[in-house]
Design a protein around this ligand. Structure first.
Ligand code: CA
Length: 231
């Protein structure tokens, strides 16, 4: 099945680049360059997923998102300015399924599109968290491990949020870096190890919970729950 995506972005160059990459990845892509067009395209074509820039002419992205949510649960990934936490949080609160901070890599966007589509098809439209005893609250940026609130840095939070989306799946250092910093990762792969070690220390501070970040030699890291099929 070919999925149809609606890409809403007013910056022409970025829009074209996204279309090119997403089409090459096998998606059918519709575009809109302002909020008004976005609402019309959404009504007329019923895309499977919307990639929505927040800063848009005519109708702001948040309003477009509200209009979509007033109709149905079609997955929406919002595009926010780098470091604009307010937009990100507001977007998630209004029902966006995921977000990308600019600048980001188109490869990462494709991966997120696939993940969000998979999730929405599973009928499980909020961030799934299949590890029992671990809860990751994206809005509050809080992690509870066996009823203990972990005090994490933003980077540590992003790492555990990523790993917990797919327990048992291995993420390479590069994938983790892309998620944390967008496209800027050259030469920083090893810094991930330090963040992971700090994260582990905090996770183990109150004893062994059985929930661990495991190193997979030559591949990366994964989140495991001992005694479950996620190992
Ligand atoms: Ca824009």
């Amino acid at each position: 099945m070919i999925n149809t995506l609606l890409v809403v972005e007013d910056e022409e160059q970025l829009r074209k680049m996204l279309v090119q990459h997403l089409e090459a990845d096998g998606f059918r892509v519709l575009t809109a360059s302002d909020g008004q067009e976005a609402v019309e395209a959404y009504r007329n074509f019923g895309p499977d997923l919307v990639i929505l820039d927040i800063m848009l002419p005519l109708i702001p992205g948040m309003e477009v998102l509200k209009k979509i949510r007033s109709v149905d649960n079609t997955p929406v990934i919002i595009l926010t300015a780098r470091g604009d936490e307010i937009d990100r949080l507001l977007g998630l609160e209004l029902g966006a399924d995921d977000y990308m901070s600019k600048p980001f890599s188109p490869r990462e966007l494709s991966a997120r599109v696939r993940a969000v589509l998979r999730r929405s098809r599973g009928g499980d439209d909020k961030v799934p968290n299949q590890v029992k005893g671990l809860s990751v609250d994206l809005l509050r940026q809080e992690v509870m491990l066996k009823d203990q609130l972990l005090s994490l840095t933003t980077t540590e939070f992003k790492i555990i949020a990523l790993l917990s989306e797919h327990p048992g799946q291995v993420f390479s250092r590069l994938q983790i870096l892309e998620r944390i910093y967008g496209d800027i990762y050259e030469g920083y792969e090893r810094t991930i190890d330090t963040h992971i070690n700090n994260l582990r220390r905090k996770m183990e501070a109150n004893g062994d919970t059985g929930i661990k970040v495991k190193t997979v030699y030559g591949a990366g890291y994964k989140l495991v729950e001992e005694g479950s099929s996620n190992v």
